[in-house]
Design a protein around this ligand. Structure first.
Ligand SMILES: Cc1cc2nc3c(=O)[nH]c(=O)nc-3n(C[C@H](O)[C@H](O)[C@H](O)COP(=O)(O)OP(=O)(O)OC[C@H]3O[C@@H](n4cnc5c(N)ncnc54)[C@H](O)[C@@H]3O)c2cc1C
Length: 384
């Protein structure tokens, strides 16, 4: 593309226009009622898993299976995604995949940013007219903002939620803090039961580490970049289908956002096994506690830490009495929105009016965070 203006329009962290993009992609805006207020435009939401989980997948491989179905059926001729770097399995490297069998090599989660959209031009030059992209929300926002100018006949978008990302280098430091043999960690996931799961390739059994026992205080303040700390789209609102785990209560959590997303899921047929969504516990106190701690951290004050002897007790109780299923997903989405507003207020107050869309203000309102006049964008999109 080589066009600086296009970058300004594409970047989610400058002046995203979710209302206009949702209208274009889904034909309507999120209603602001019920769960659409939290998760965005929803055609159908499922707790789901593949009947036979795919080896090497992050969860059961719904994401990979969707991409494979699109390729096998001829609906697309190329899938843009990320593969592990041959010398560093945690580093994402953009790839164009044309053979469904080759998708095996892109399964699983890596930490870091890959310039996947830089493959759009080579894909077009190679003659691909119908493509799919697997991406995290900031990548999908950029794709949607530029989509109309790209000239593809059809672009199917499979999105995953994303809470936080960091550089692959930083991630290696984190791995070094949580295990004495970090080079043997082959899998890591922040699960919805408040534990991090680690798997190893040296024959050790998987480990589950409660969130509360993670060495987060030993991470540098800039471990997560400002972009992630101020992200306004946890759930990948502009994807055709979002595939995550947050609301899945141990299974995957899938949101078809429009008819195209629903058609893609239908391609999996009986392989996609669904169960009723769960919705347990109450999130308000946990989210309020998060708000208080984030205010202190954003103000440069030390966090109120739990005494060490309390940690195992809370770590034991959290998965049992904490919010679960959809309530857990709501809690995480609200926490992320709070983090965005507080970090922007502290570090980049002038950016708030352009960067924070109305769906984020609606999420933080119940916690007493309201936009000041200078923080509001006018209806016509111009500055106040
Ligand atoms: C940085 C990051 C943070 C995430 N945070 C959350 C979260 O908070 N809540 C939640 O529900 N889900 C989150 N996810 C998504 C989750 O980890 C799973 O990817 C998702 O549930 C799909 O599982 P699966 O078995 O269907 O995926 P698979 O079939 O294994 O496919 C995973 C796909 O993700 C792609 N991918 C892997 N790493 C990256 C990357 N760094 N950038 C772009 N694409 C990548 C792979 O290329 C592959 O196509 C996150 C993903 C990433 C990359």
């Amino acid at each position: 593309m080589g066009d600086g203006k296009a970058c300004g329009k594409a970047c989610q962290f400058i002046a995203p226009d979710y209302d206009a993009l949702e209208q274009r992609v889904h034909g309507r805006n999120a209603t602001g009622q019920g769960d659409e207020a939290y998760f965005g435009v929803t055609h159908a939401m499922h707790r789901a898993r593949l009947d036979r989980p795919l080896d090497g997948a992050q969860w059961t491989g719904v994401t990979t299976a969707l991409a494979a179905a699109l390729l096998s059926s001829g609906a697309v001729t190329a899938v843009l995604s990320v593969a592990p770097d041959p010398f560093d399995r945690w580093k994402p490297v953009p790839v164009i995949v044309t053979d469904p069998a080759a998708l095996e090599s892109v399964r699983g989660m890596r930490m870091g940013w890959a310039p996947t959209l830089a493959l759009l031009e080579p894909a077009a030059q190679a003659g691909h007219r119908r493509i799919a992209l697997i991406g995290i929300p900031c990548q999908v926002h950029a794709l949607r903002a530029l989509e109309a100018e790209l000239g593809f006949e059809r672009i199917f978008v499979i999105g995953t939620p994303c809470s936080d990302n960091t550089t692959t280098e930083n991630f290696h430091k984190f791995l070094g803090l949580i295990d004495p043999k970090p080079e043997t960690i082959s899998y890591l996931e922040f699960r919805a039961d408040y534990r991090v799961e680690l798997r190893f390739d040296d024959g050790r059994r998987p480990r589950l580490v409660p969130f509360l026992k993670l060495p987060l205080s030993r991470l540098p303040a800039d471990f997560f970049p400002t972009t992630c700390k101020t992200c306004v789209d946890y759930t990948n609102r502009l994807a055709d289908v979002t595939v995550g785990y947050m609301g899945g209560d141990g299974d995957q959590w899938v949101i078809a956002r429009n008819a195209r997303g629903a058609e893609m899921l239908a391609m999996l047929g009986d392989r996609l096994v669904t169960r009723p969504l769960t919705d347990k516990g109450r999130r308000r106190a946990a989210v309020r506690g998060f708000l208080a701690n984030t205010e202190r951290a954003a103000g440069g004050l030390p966090l109120r830490r739990m005494p060490d002897w309390v940690r195992p007790i809370v770590a034991f109780l959290q998965p049992r009495i904490g919010p679960r299923g959809i309530e857990f997903a709501r809690a995480r989405v609200e926490m992320k929105a709070i983090e965005t507003v507080l970090h922007l207020r502290r570090g980049f107050p002038a950016r708030i009016k352009n960067m924070v869309p109305r769906h984020v203000w609606a999420l933080v309102a119940p916690y007493g965070l309201e936009p000041a006049t200078t923080e509001q964008r006018q209806q016509d999109g111009s500055d106040t």
